[in-house]
Design a protein around this ligand. Structure first.
Ligand SMILES: Cc1cc2nc3c(=O)[nH]c(=O)nc-3n(C[C@H](O)[C@H](O)[C@H](O)COP(=O)(O)OP(=O)(O)OC[C@H]3O[C@@H](n4cnc5c(N)ncnc54)[C@H](O)[C@@H]3O)c2cc1C
Length: 513
């Protein structure tokens, strides 16, 4: 039963992790001028997950919308630029490829370049498609600059994201949100009170008898889902049958390697290991499935594959891959880990937080809480989660290993129909079905499909109408242009300093020289 129609006057955000403060920052900025109070409740005793350090390019839109200065934000969060993710040993041991945030080559007669490349291979071309990718070559050579807006040049063909200290990002946004009038209440929610008839959440009782009331509650309480699950019992779709990894061990270490403008994900026996280079340290973690490898083995593998001494004790995290059955239920909208979790293989969690906030603002309710708004929100967010799930699963199923129980398990997996259709279209025709909704565009799928050795049997027949000599000349000219442009691109560390985003901490400067 909906409540009476009226404007939302009070929002309570429960949780002060990345999700909570991103929500607080965005709502306080976008709802500025309206008579709406925003209160964020967080518990110091419980703390945050705080390990999300790698992002997707759309985070720039979030920061831009909040008018956050890039250099100031990068300095505050020890951020580096990210041009993509390097995957080591995924198709089979010894393989490596980069999933870049950008396209390959220049289209020819309106046909994507990779189709021409498939034809060029038949004509004897041996170069990998990567040679036509500016972000891949720049990443491999440790270089970075901003793209241009001249869409006829290779310098325009990419985007960038960041690798940053997530706890510092939350603090940065906390200062931002508080400056915009968000109030912060420290305390642990002991009890949630719901309306006896509608079931809508009415108030939260905190330690020390304090009570917090609101019209709209945004549940950013992490895996617990204090409101969406513990109070409203919304239910959770468990996706472990597809993505079985259920644990992670995270540890930062000293930076002794290069300040790479990319994240690395290396396949291991029962999962995979991440390396995320920040300005002052490297974030590392091992994501694994406890049915295939013990916690001790997982910790040993992680600690024996670090480039420098650890800077903190390893931290263990437990999770179940999946999504909340409803992200928006009654007057509660779950954002962040409270909404669901997909392993960080493609750095998607912060992106899904951003999606959740954007959709909430677009469908911002009044106190009648129309079911149609919630339904629309749930449909959009459900698709966003499913698209990410399929993309992550592709990395696992496209493996050609001959041993290893964990990896062989994926070779016989029954796939979701949406992914099955996508792989079939690719293998038969070299066609990448474009999803409506979803963070990953065709070049991302292309990177993983080819990077994991799924070469299609066919290609777009329209390339056969282009004379071979024209195709060959186009291929050579565009490849040379990429190589020449990358060669004049500045060093990644030097570029960070050049824009005034360099950390004040000493090791960084030495590291980036
Ligand atoms: C191993 C791992 C690696 C990850 N890597 C990445 C990555 O590289 N990129 C990426 O985008 N994402 C990554 N993520 C996800 C990312 O960490 C989260 O999406 C992000 O931190 C948001 O978390 P959150 O704010 O939803 O929850 P949390 O950080 O758990 O915050 C929950 C908040 O709720 C509060 N709270 C909980 N219960 C109560 C209560 N009863 N009373 C009062 N307050 C309460 C807590 O105090 C806290 O403030 C990773 C996650 C994991 C587990």
């Amino acid at each position: 039963m909906p409540q009476h129609s009226g404007n939302i006057e009070k929002i309570c955000i429960l949780g002060g992790g990345t999700a909570g403060w991103m929500t607080a920052a965005a709502l306080s900025h976008k709802l500025k001028g309206l008579p709406i109070r925003i209160e964020l409740v967080e518990s110091d005793e419980i703390g945050t997950v705080g390990v999300g350090e790698a992002t997707l390019p759309l985070i720039r839109k979030f920061n831009e919308a909040l008018k956050i200065d890039e250099a100031t934000f990068m300095k505050a969060t020890e951020a580096t630029f990210k041009l993509g993710i390097e995957f080591c040993d995924w198709g089979k041991p010894g393989d490596h490829y980069i999933h870049p945030f950008g396209d390959y080559g220049q289209p020819i007669n309106g046909i994507p370049f990779y189709q021409a490349w498939l034809r060029l291979r038949e004509l004897g071309e041996t170069a990998r498609l990567d040679e036509w990718s500016y972000p891949i070559l720049a990443a491999e050579q440790g270089r970075f600059q901003y793209p241009t807006t001249d869409y006829n040049t290779v310098e325009s063909s990419f985007g960038w994201a960041y690798q940053f200290d997530a706890s510092q990002y939350a603090l940065f946004l906390r200062r931002y949100a508080q400056a915009n009038g968000v109030t912060r209440t420290e305390g642990k929610v002991r009890q949630t009170f719901c309306h006896p008839e509608t079931g809508f959440v009415e108030s939260l009782k905190l330690d020390g008898e304090q009570t917090v009331t609101a019209d709209l509650f945004v549940d950013c309480s992490g895996f617990r889902g204090v409101l969406i699950e513990q109070a409203l019992e919304t239910g959770y779709d468990d996706w472990s049958c597809w993505l079985p990894c259920n644990r992670a061990i995270a540890v930062p270490c000293e930076s002794h390697g290069e300040l790479t403008p990319f994240t690395r994900a290396t396949a291991r026996d029962g999962g995979w290991q991440w390396r995320i280079p920040l300005q002052h340290r490297v974030g590392n973690g091992h994501v694994y499935c406890s049915s295939f490898i013990s916690d001790e083995q997982a910790a040993d593998q992680l600690l024996s594959n670090l480039e420098g001494p650890t800077l903190a004790s390893p931290r263990q995290l437990f999770f179940t891959t999946g999504r909340r059955r409803k992200f928006w239920n009654k007057n509660v909208v779950a954002i962040g880990l409270a909404a669901g979790f997909l392993e960080p293989l493609e750095s998607t969690s912060i992106h899904l937080i951003q999606e959740g906030i954007t959709e909430l603002l677009q469908l911002f309710p009044d106190t009648s809480f129309q079911t149609s708004d919630a339904d629309e929100y749930n449909q959009r967010m459900g698709l966003a989660f499913e698209r990410v799930r399929d993309f992550l699963l592709l990395h696992y199923v496209a493996n050609q290993r001959e041993s290893g129980e964990f990896w062989l398990h994926f070779q016989n997996l029954k796939l979701p129909d949406s992914l099955d259709e996508k792989i079939t279209a690719w293998m038969t025709r070299g066609h990448i079905i474009k999803y409506e909704f979803g963070a990953f565009l065709p070049p991302s799928w292309l990177a993983v499909l080819l990077g994991q050795n799924l070469v299609p049997r066919g290609y777009d027949p329209r390339v056969l109408a282009i004379p071979d000599a024209t195709l060959i000349a186009h291929g050579r000219a565009t490849r040379d242009a990429v190589a020449a442009t990358v060669a004049r691109t500045p060093d990644h560390g030097a570029f960070i300093r050049q824009i005034g985003a360099g950390s004040d901490r000493a090791p960084l400067v030495a590291r980036m020289d």
